[in-house]
Structure formats: structure tokens, C-alpha cells
Design a protein around this ligand. Structure first.
Ligand code: NAP
Length: 283
């Protein structure tokens, strides 16, 4: 039987509705949450990502303020812009679109963002709060994966979850969130040096693929009936594909996210949610 499709667009719409309500509640107190998007250089993919984030912001009533910096800017110039936005009382969230152009260090720049305005959740303070199991601004893609599981009532407590990929952006924070008190999954983090990855993944109730290798997860990695969350976004022959070989894995999995239309829309929706939360925390 074909796997149930976990439609990220449906879940994202629910998150955006909920965010709109939070924004309206702030509005009644005279507060309009504002998101500053910072784009360095003119990479077309980055331009398009920033554009879609600004459109979503508008749809939920978040004001967006856009800052463009030339690709020839120095690291200090990027930091200066971030410092100015940190000080600006009108700004609740700052989104620095990564990666930065050649020669600039995105990780160093992220350190300059006020953690209270770090709506991407990638500042070490916010990542550290995950380690401490305390509330903070959670990175959007991992938060989006959890929300999909929750929306479709896929049990996490006590489940064996295998996360493939250990990046600071997705794999590692997601593994910690899944293993946190309250979520209570038993999590295995795997990576390019893992031995017998297929054998390990095949024991999991839930497999999350955050690898960046098109179609790497095939049916031999999946226990029949398991849930598969495909975080990967890869462009192959002009088409977007995930890290999971969707068609063959759909034959065996119990539930699966598509690409596009799975985790992708969740990332932007959770960014809007984080912006509303940042505004609530600041006021
Ligand atoms: P990344 O920083 O490149 O990390 C990739 C991880 O995959 C690394 O931990 C790497 O292991 C592991 N890996 C690579 N080859 C492997 C293999 N053959 N077997 C097992 N593990 C392997 O990538 P990322 O930023 O986490 O992104 C991963 C994917 O998710 C990409 O396709 C990206 O475009 C996508 N993504 C999607 C969203 C979204 O909104 N849906 C958001 C962010 C990222 P090592 O650590 O050993 O190198």
C-alpha cells in the first residue's frame, strides 16, 4: 500500500493561521511585529528565498524591512548592519540570508545577531537553550519537522528515530529536540562515517533524512510502515528532489513527506511563528 503523504503545505497553513492570530493579538496592543531581512550580494536563489519570506510575512500581518548589502561588502559592514538592526526598537526579528558570498563568514555574522531577535534560531545562545532543554527561538527546519509529526499524530514518545545528517542547521538540533523531555524519542544521529547506515535506519520507527544527496534513502533503509521525513532539497535536471527516493520508499513506508511540499513550506512558516514569538517576548 502506498504511504500516507504528510503534506507540509497543509501543516504550514495551520501554523500561519495560528501565527496570524498571534500577530492580531499583538496588533490589539498596538504592536506590529517587524522582520528585517538582510541579503548580502545578489545570488538569485537567495533573492528568491528572501522574496518568499517577505511575502509570507505580509500574509500574516508581519511588517518586513529589507536591507541589501553589496557582495563586495566587508565582514565589518555586514556586522554594522546587524548591530544597527539589533539596536532598532522597531525590529523584532532579524533574518540574515545564508550562505553569504565568497569571502564572508556567515557563522561569524550570525554571532552578531541579538539572540532575542535571532528568528532563525542559529545563534549559539538559542542552540544552547536546546541543549539545556529550555525555551528559546528554535531553528525553523527542525521545528517544522516536529510540527509535521505532531500534526499527523505520529507518536514520538518512546519511538526509535534515526536522523541522517548532523549539521548544526538541521540534524543536530532536531535530534536534541526529539530526545528532549516531553518529546521523549530515542534518537540515533548518523552521518557519513556511520557503519551499516541502512541496517541502523531499518530499525527505526521514524527516519529523518537531512543529507543533501538526492535519492540516497532507498527502501533498504526503511522498515515497512515506518515514517519518513525528507528534509533534502536538491536540484536535479532542473527539478527539486529530496534525499529520499520518493517513489520506491513510498511503496514500503507508512507515511512520507514529499519534496517539494513537505518540510520546505514548514521552514518559512516556522520563521513567521518565531518572529511573532520574538515580538511577544520583547514586549
Ligand atoms: P550539510 O550541512 O551538508 O550536512 C549534511 C549531513 O549529511 C552531514 O552531517 C553529512 O555527514 C551527512 N552525510 C553526507 N553524506 C552522507 C552519506 N553518504 N551517508 C550519511 N550521511 C551523510 O547539509 P544540511 O544543511 O543539513 O542540509 C541537508 C539537506 O537538507 C540539503 O539537501 C539541504 O538543501 C536541505 N535543507 C532543507 C531545508 C528545508 O527547508 N527543507 C532547510 C535546510 C536544509 P558528515 O557530517 O559526516 O559530513
Amino acid at each position: 500500500m502506498a504511504a500516507k503523504v504528510l503534506d507540509g503545505k497543509v501543516v504550514a497553513a495551520a501554523v500561519l493561521d495560528e501565527t496570524r492570530e498571534r500577530v492580531e493579538a499583538l496588533d490589539q496592543r498596538g504592536i506590529v511585529p517587524a522582520l528585517a531581512t538582510v541579503l548580502v550580494g545578489a545570488d538569485p536563489a537567495s533573492q528568491s528565498y528572501v522574496g518568499s519570506k517577505r511575502r509570507r510575512a505580509g500574509e500574516v500581518g508581519i511588517r518586513s524591512v529589507h536591507q541589501e548589502i553589496g557582495a563586495d561588502a566587508s565582514q565589518d559592514q555586514v556586522h554594522d548592519t546587524l548591530h544597527r538592526l539589533n539596536r532598532d526598537p522597531e525590529i523584532d526579528g532579524i533574518l540574515l540570508q545564508l550562505p553569504l558570498p565568497e569571502g564572508l563568514d556567515g557563522e561569524r555574522a550570525t554571532l552578531e545577531i541579538d539572540p532575542a531577535k535571532d528568528v532563525d534560531g542559529l545563534h549559539p545562545t538559542n542552540l544552547g537553550l536546546i541543549v539545556l532543554d529550555r525555551p528559546g527561538l528554535v531553528p525553523n527546519t527542525p521545528a517544522g519537522c516536529l510540527r509535521i509529526l505532531d500534526y499527523y499524530d505520529i507518536p514520538i514518545r518512546g519511538a526509535n528515530v534515526v536522523v541522517v545528517g548532523r549539521s548544526f542547521l538541521v540534524g543536530r538540533p532536531l535530534a536534541l529536540l526529539l530526545a528532549a523531555r516531553g518529546a521523549d524519542a530515542t534518537v540515533t544521529i548518523t552521518h557519513s562515517r556511520t557503519k551499516d547506515l541502512a541496517g541502523i535506519a531499518r530499525r527505526a520507527d521514524i527516519v529523518v533524512a537531512a543529507i543533501g544527496r538526492p535519492g540516497m534513502i532507498t527502501p533498504e533503509f526503511i522498515r515497512p510502515g515506518a515514517t519518513v521525513i525528507d528534509v533534502g532539497i536538491n536540484r536535479v535536471d532542473g527539478k527539486l528532489v529530496g534525499d529520499v527516493d520518493h517513489d520506491s520508499v513510498s511503496e514500503i513506508a507508512g507515511a512520507i513527506t514529499p519534496v517539494p511540499g513537505g518540510v520546505g513550506p514548514m521552514t518559512v512558516a516556522m520563521l513567521m511563528r518565531n518572529t511573532a514569538i520574538a515580538a511577544e517576548m520583547r514586549h
